[in-house]
Design a protein around this ligand. Structure first.
Ligand code: GLU
Length: 431
């Protein structure tokens, strides 16, 4: 029976490295039909544990990683907070005492190591032997237990079969194997996942790096499934070129044996691109729902808001940009970007705006197709390119150089609004 755990310390942050460790545990459990356990390693009681635990739990939920045992869901092996497991640690300490594996010095309790090479059977690193040369403290002189001890006792008591964690813990594993052996319990298999390096490759991502925290992506309205998809690929790949993959497909294919032993480099551009693809691929219903949850004021704009949103979906890279991306559709006093204006100068753009204004009185209905046909005809007559009209008129209607597809934009704005805006722009430009 596969039992794996994610065992974060509540530090007040949910680092993407932690999220990736959680994810690989979760994927493996779901792949083999095992049990995924969440355990809070809160032995450092000085911190604001409750708040810090919440950050992790809500981040896990946001990323869609459900746990089978742990805080709030319970389970047979609880409690799942180390701060509540003192009695269990006491029992295991007694086992070591009876076996003469511990001694006291300066009021601290030391574990007596065997000084024999210990096999670390690692599914990613292969088989590694390491020897612990020095006895180490498992209870400090103030009576508090040390990480190595509680971590191993919990893995033993919770019958963890696979310890999947960051490579920064590889150096602890020989201590842990010594403890498992001394307790007389089975040693779990290990899988130490390579580190995540900064985008520029200069060392490990730390919580101070931009984009290092799950909270950052929540605040910026990333789609959780896009971040999760990206994290799947930080050290694992489906062995073909696929990158955008439904999570069910990742679960079907995921295996620890395929985790890459090299450090993975964090690529913020690739993540941003993935988010854009996920936004583009949302069903219209979900897209509208999410957009309106984010900008409740849109409710008052009725049908027009829906139309605006749907033509913007394909161009939007992130919901964090949404408010700015659509703002001018709903504001007749939008500002004209002066840099865009100066780029257009020298291209006779004011005449283009006037010519366009002169023909749109005659186009039949304001459909994309009719508008396009009218602009093509106009450009042919004037011996110029449609692009000249598109740039000039987009500026007049939005004050910008980018936005949704031009003909869709004009069609959605409708005849009256379009005419008003063209007149306002001409007034501003011809002053
Ligand atoms: N609390 C440890 C950490 O956050 C867990 C180590 C482990 O997974 O064994 O790094």
């Amino acid at each position: 029976m596969v039992r794996v755990r994610f065992a974060p310390s509540p530090t007040g942050f949910f680092h993407i490295g932690g999220a990736r460790t959680a994810l690989f545990n979760w994927l493996y459990a779901r792949h083999v039909g095992g049990t995924f356990i969440l355990r809070i390693e809160d032995t450092d009681r000085e911190r604001h544990v409750e708040e810090a635990t919440d950050i992790i739990l809500s981040g896990m939920r946001w990323l869609g990683m459900d746990w089978d045992e742990g805080p709030e869901v319970g389970g047979r092996y609880g409690p799942y907070f180390q701060s509540q497991r003192d009695a269990i640690y006491g029992e295991y300490l007694e086992i070591l005492r009876k076996k003469n594996k511990i001694y006291e010095r300066d009021s601290a309790i030391y574990f007596r190591v065997s000084r024999e090479p210990q096999l670390i059977d690692d599914l990613i690193r292969g088989q590694v032997y390491r020897t612990e040369e020095k006895d180490f403290v498992i209870f400090r002189s103030d009576g508090t237990p040390v990480f190595h001890f509680v971590n191993v006792v919990d893995d033993a008591a919770m019958e963890i079969s696979h310890v999947i964690r960051g490579e920064d813990h590889l150096s602890n594993s020989s201590k842990h194997v010594e403890l498992f052996r001394a307790l007389g319990v089975p040693v779990p298999k290990f899988a130490h996942i390579p580190l995540i390096l900064k985008t520029n490759g200069s060392g490990k991502m730390s919580k101070r790096d931009i984009g290092a925290l799950v909270e950052d992506y929540r605040r910026d309205h990333f789609l959780p499934e896009a971040l999760r998809n990206y994290l799947c690929l930080l050290g694992w790949s489906p062995k073909d070129d696929r990158e955008i993959m439904p999570i069910g497909e990742v679960i079907r294919l995921f295996d620890l044996r395929d985790v890459n032993g090299n450090n993975a480099r964090f690529d913020d551009k690739k993540l941003a691109h993935m988010n854009a693809v996920y936004v583009k691929n949302m069903s219209p219903e979900r897209f509208l729902e999410r957009a309106k949850n984010l900008l409740p004021g849109l409710g008052a704009e009725g049908d027009y808001a829906d139309k605006v949103l749907l033509i913007c979906q394909e161009k939007l890279r992130s919901f964090g940009e949404l408010e700015h991306f659509i703002s001018y559709f709903f504001d007749e006093n939008f500002t004209y970007n002066r840099a865009v204006q100066s780029d257009l100068e020298g291209r006779d753009f004011v005449s283009r705006i006037r010519e366009f204004l002169n023909i749109i009185g005659q186009t039949g209905d304001f459909s994309e197709q009719n508008l396009e046909a009218a602009v093509v005809k106009l450009a042919n007559e004037r011996g110029t390119k449609t692009g000249e009209y598109i740039h000039a008129v987009r500026f007049a209607l939005s004050g910008r150089s980018v936005g949704p597809s031009f003909y869709k934009m004009v069609s959605v704005m409708g005849r009256k609004r379009t005419i008003n805006r063209l007149e306002r722009a001409l007034e501003m430009l011809e002053k």
